[in-house]
Ligand binder design. Structure first.
Ligand code: GLA
Length: 397
């Protein structure tokens, strides 16, 4: 009896505890559900999907990976050449349009392509005479650009099949591409293990991370060769796009587009993009360098080279309001205004790509660095890691 009396005393307390536990369980369940919903939302809005893009003549299937973020920004990448085939970003009215030049099908990329959207390696840009020396040994590369070697040779990284791995977390989606370039492939020494990771996050930034190691001393200079037309209309020239390049100097070139070794101040020249200006403003000026490049096709010496990631360039299309910022840790940026496009290649939306319907901002080390003693070194030794990052961030103004 006494016992039961004492127990009765505790009944209200027990009830309170029970109610509390139940409430707590309910809240936990609710937050679990919320989390589940959120994850569900994330995975529906923020994802990677795959489809077949075509077949190589060997019968090997090429896959297209579509990375989509929460804002509906979309990047299509194929495992052939690591090529960005489509990049859809919103304009000031929220209308998504494709802003990179490319082809509708794999066939377009298999016939000579001007490197549309591709990863470039082992050496982005030119090497004079296709020759360089490491430790007294001369290496000879293909001459695929007149007397010079360009963009890795006859079968550069833009023409190989990469092994693809999909990665996604709560903040972003990534496609990691790996390729082993064998010792002496295209004439370059060393087995070069390369990984290029594309990451799309929810701030509309597309990051490209490059990593490489070699078992012999070699030279490396990787870049991304997307041609942008922020209007999303490939029948329009890019001459009214406004470009800013964070550089006080550029590298003048000889008649074959090899840097002369001079660092020339941009001030007072058509090469001055320190404040944003229209590409077309001075592109046709009487200027020997513009004549040699048939327009802009030069490497700018970026400022703040000791600062790691920093803003290198911006591009703005006043009509659509699309604005792109390029961040990098690289010393240079090749600004190329599609001068060799000649209206023969078929455009994605119909018609053809005419001269200056796309521009490239290729972050990189300076052209011909292996042969220019005053340029920063591009040498990679065994035990070292080549590591660099460039981001293309999209917004509207
Ligand atoms: C680079 C070069 C250009 C041209 C294009 C591809 O940007 O600098 O001269 O070769 O690639 O056509």
């Amino acid at each position: 009896m006494n016992m039961s009396k004492r127990s009765l005393k505790y009944v209200p307390l027990l009830c309170l505890a029970l109610v509390f536990t139940q409430c707590k369980t309910k809240t936990e369940n609710a937050s679990d559900n919320q989390e589940q919903n959120l994850t569900k939302e994330m995975t529906t809005k923020h994802q990677i999907s795959t489809s077949e893009f075509g077949k190589l003549p060997s019968g090997e299937k090429i896959t297209k990976y579509r990375l989509v973020n929460e804002n509906g920004m979309e990047v299509d990448i194929i495992n052939y050449g690591g090529i960005i085939t489509n990049l859809k970003v919103p304009d000031k009215n929220g209308v998504n349009k494709d802003v990179v030049l490319g082809f509708n099908s794999l066939d377009g990329y298999l016939t000579p392509s001007p490197y549309f959207g591709a990863i470039i390696g082992r050496y982005g840009n030119r090497i004079a005479g296709g020759k360089f020396v490491i430790d007294g040994k001369e290496y000879t590369l293909a001459l695929n650009d007149g007397k010079n070697h360009l963009h890795g040779g006859n079968k550069g990284f833009d023409k190989v099949v990469w092994e693809a791995t999909q990665i996604s977390n709560s903040k972003s989606v990534s496609l990691q591409l790996s390729y082993l370039s064998k010792d002496m492939e295209e004439g370059y020494p060393g087995n070069l293990k390369t990984t290029v990771t594309y990451t799309l996050d929810n701030s509309n930034s597309l990051k490209v991370k490059y990593e490489a190691t070699s078992d012999k001393k070699t030279v490396v200079n990787l870049t991304q060769h997307s041609y942008f037309n922020l209007s999303g209309d490939f029948s329009k020239k890019i001459l009214d796009h406004q470009i800013m390049i964070n550089a006080d100097a550029f590298l003048p070139v000889d008649a074959t587009l090899i840097p002369t070794g001079e660092f020339r101040k941009v001030k007072g020249t058509p090469f001055n993009f320190t404040s944003a200006k229209a590409i077309g403003k001075e592109i046709n000026s009487e200027n020997e360098q513009l004549k040699r490049g048939l327009g802009y096709d030069h490497c700018w010496v970026l400022k703040d080279q000791d600062k790691g990631q920093r803003l290198a360039a911006t591009a703005y299309d006043p009509k659509s309001g699309r604005f792109m910022e390029v961040f990098t840790d690289q010393p240079g940026i090749q600004f190329y205004t599609g001068n060799f496009l000649d209206g023969t290649l078929p455009a994605k939306g119909g018609g053809t790509y005419a001269k200056r319907t796309g521009f490239c901002l290729e972050t990189q080390h300076y052209p011909d660095s292996p042969n220019q003693k005053d340029f920063p070194s591009v040498l990679l030794s065994p035990g070292e890691k080549y590591q660099t990052e460039t981001s293309f961030k999209f917004s509207v103004k």
